[in-house]
Ligand binder design. Structure first.
Ligand SMILES: C[S@@+](CC[C@H](N)C(=O)[O-])C[C@H]1O[C@@H](n2cnc3c(N)ncnc32)[C@H](O)[C@@H]1O
Length: 255
């Protein structure tokens, strides 16, 4: 079986689990099967430390437990209308200009390598690519990625888990993440992995009037605990949001 077909089978199996309402999947891989382990790791699975010895025709064989989240149904459902919000779709030229200015003020000179984690419909990825950067977008939602692909078909997009991005440490100049940290189950562990991926973290977050999100104080405390103090910039300019906002929205840059 080619890697491409194996990847399609893996994605189809995950879609089936998702459709059946499962949030997490577990499988066992022979510890000695390096190739299979690399395949699953590249596809977003991670060894969770579990192991067992199975008896194969009298021969004891060690297996490792791999795990991954499969639930992203909520985001799939939002994909078709996600860009209707001015700051999501950046359709209004003045909103688009505001985000373009903001990105230019925190990104290194182009061309920098950037990973946009939880890229959603790819609005920021496309914007950064338009500024001459080499951008890869990653998201767990196939429907979100379809929207992103529709905006820029040649944009490199990866389907995967932001909590375990399938990239080698130090792969990027910048790890760009907007409105995603609040949604991950373990923000501290996830941030620690993002720090390994790139030299600069550009994090855009908020604590919205809906009650969802993380406050700037919560975020800065997390970063401080990880030894990466960051500058907070409140994002109060209504040009960014296409409307006046009263809740807390901010940007953090760690270097
Ligand atoms: C609020 S949207 C933000 C999208 C984009 N960053 C933006 O600002 O326009 C959150 C995105 O994160 C993705 N996401 C959430 N948790 C994820 C996870 N664990 N792995 C991969 N993607 C995830 C969702 O699929 C969704 O596209």
């Amino acid at each position: 079986m080619t890697v491409r077909r194996a990847t399609e089978h893996d994605a189809a199996a995950l879609d089936r689990l998702r459709a059946d309402g499962h949030a997490e999947a577990v499988l066992w891989v022979l510890a000695s099967n390096e190739r299979a382990r690399r395949f699953y790791e590249a596809a977003g699975w991670h060894a969770d430390g579990g192991s067992r010895i199975e008896d194969f025709a009298g021969v004891p064989i060690e297996e490792l437990r791999y795990r991954r989240t499969v639930a992203n149904g909520v985001w799939d459902e939002h994909a078709a209308t996600f860009d209707d919000e001015p700051d999501h779709g950046l359709r209004d030229p003045s909103v688009r200009r505001a985000w373009s200015r903001l990105l230019a003020s925190v990104l290194p000179p182009a061309p920098a390598s950037i990973v946009d984690l939880g890229c959603g419909t790819g609005s920021l990825s496309v914007l950064a690519a338009g500024q001459g950067h080499r951008v890869v977008g990653l998201d767990g939602s196939a429907a979100m990625l379809r929207q992103a692909r529709g905006k820029q078909p040649d944009l490199p997009l990866v389907r995967g888990d932001v909590s375990r991005p399938p990239f080698a440490p130090g792969s990027f100049d910048v790890v760009l993440v907007r409105h995603v940290l609040w949604a991950v189950p373990d923000p501290a562990a996830t941030l620690a992995r993002w720090f390994e991926l790139g030299r600069r973290l550009v994090l855009i977050e908020g604590r919205w009037s809906t009650g969802a999100g993380l406050t700037a104080a919560e975020c800065t405390a997390l970063l401080r605990r990880l030894g990466r103090p960051a500058q907070v910039r409140p994002l109060t300019d209504e040009a960014l949001w296409g409307k006046p906002v009263t809740d807390e929205r901010y940007l953090l840059v760690d270097s």
